[in-house]
Design a protein around this ligand. Structure first.
Ligand SMILES: NC(=O)c1ccc[n+]([C@@H]2O[C@H](COP(=O)([O-])OP(=O)(O)OC[C@H]3O[C@@H](n4cnc5c(N)ncnc54)[C@H](OP(=O)(O)O)[C@@H]3O)[C@@H](O)[C@H]2O)c1
Length: 264
């Protein structure tokens, strides 16, 4: 039996499973023998992936198409997931924006707070209690390279990731005492649907598969993982700078990544 299946039990819930890192993590979990509850808005993509994974790995795969940017969507997820004895929660649903703060649309930025922070907190709070009650569980939260300093040209996205990083660090010790592992994942640039939605142009990237492999190896062993070579290299390049130097450097990097048509 796989280490993770043995440690947490048979079911994993993966949000953001219709694309990128969430999809890659779902694929690896199914290969390890987990049954899955897959969540995102695009039902057709979820159903296609579910059929493929169920056939390839002989596991149960269920899908839930809903919008985590709404309180109703989050409530529906918590209600629907009561039927399975979930042991692993992977909260990969999220998105970013890029460009000038002054010309950004307030509703887009607030929607990002709803998906990246509000929904993540609601799910984490709910499953922390369920997992503590059963005495075991694993929670994977998505931070980022950008979480560790302010980032000009992607200020609110970086702030949502700082929130998640801080949340993971804060709840980790408390939940560990109840048998629940919390892992913050801080990738660098990853090739996925993320860049197009954020209006970013990425150069070198890690693959979603690399991130999924790194996070599943770290789950239950560490509290923070920087999966992939790029995330480690970029963090090393920033390590010796004071915080305001990190902000300056990330602003330079991000001004090159924000596409002109999104830069405002
Ligand atoms: N890619 C990177 O460079 C990078 C770097 C560091 C951290 N991260 C973080 O890693 C996580 C995964 O990103 P990714 O690269 O895999 O992005 P992605 O390829 O764009 O995938 C995002 C996933 O989130 C789902 N999603 C977005 N909005 C949603 C909503 N309102 N309700 C439900 N599901 C929603 C999308 O599905 P639907 O569109 O079908 O709803 C999709 O499955 C995010 O939290 C991101 O911030 C990414």
């Amino acid at each position: 039996m796989s280490r993770l299946l043995d440690r947490y039990g048979a079911w994993a819930l993966v949000t953001g499973a219709s694309d990128g890192i969430g999809e890659a993590t779902a694929r690896r979990l199914a290969a390890e023998g987990f049954s899955l509850l897959l969540v995102a808005r695009r039902q057709a993509r979820l159903r296609e992936l579910a059929a493929e994974l169920a056939a390839a790995h002989r596991v149960q795969v269920e899908t839930l198409a809903l919008d985590l940017g709404t309180p109703e969507g989050v409530a529906a997820l918590l209600q629907a997931s009561a039927a399975q004895d979930i042991g692993v929660l992977v909260t990969a649903a999220g998105f970013g924006t890029s460009g000038s703060f002054l010309t950004s649309q307030a509703e887009d930025e607030l929607a990002m707070v709803d998906v990246n922070c509000r929904a993540v907190l609601a799910m984490t709070h709910h499953f922390a209690q369920r997992f503590a009650g059963r005495g075991r569980g694993g929670i994977v939260l998505f931070s980022s390279l950008v979480a560790f300093q302010g980032v000009p040209n992607s200020a609110n996205y970086a702030a949502t990731k700082a929130y998640v990083q801080s949340l993971a660090e804060g709840i980790g010790p408390e939940l560990r005492a109840r048998g629940v592992d919390v892992l913050a994942v801080a990738p660098g640039p990853v090739r996925s649907g993320f860049a197009a939605r954020a209006g970013m142009r990425m150069g070198a990237t890690d693959s979603p598969g690399t991130v999924a492999k790194g996070l599943l190896e770290a789950l239950g062993r560490r509290s923070l993982v920087r999966p992939g070579l790029l995330s480690k290299l970029l963090e090393f390049a920033l390590t010796f700078l004071p915080r305001r130097g990190r902000v300056w450097m990330m602003g330079k990097v991000m001004s090159g990544m924000a596409r002109a048509d999104h830069a405002g």
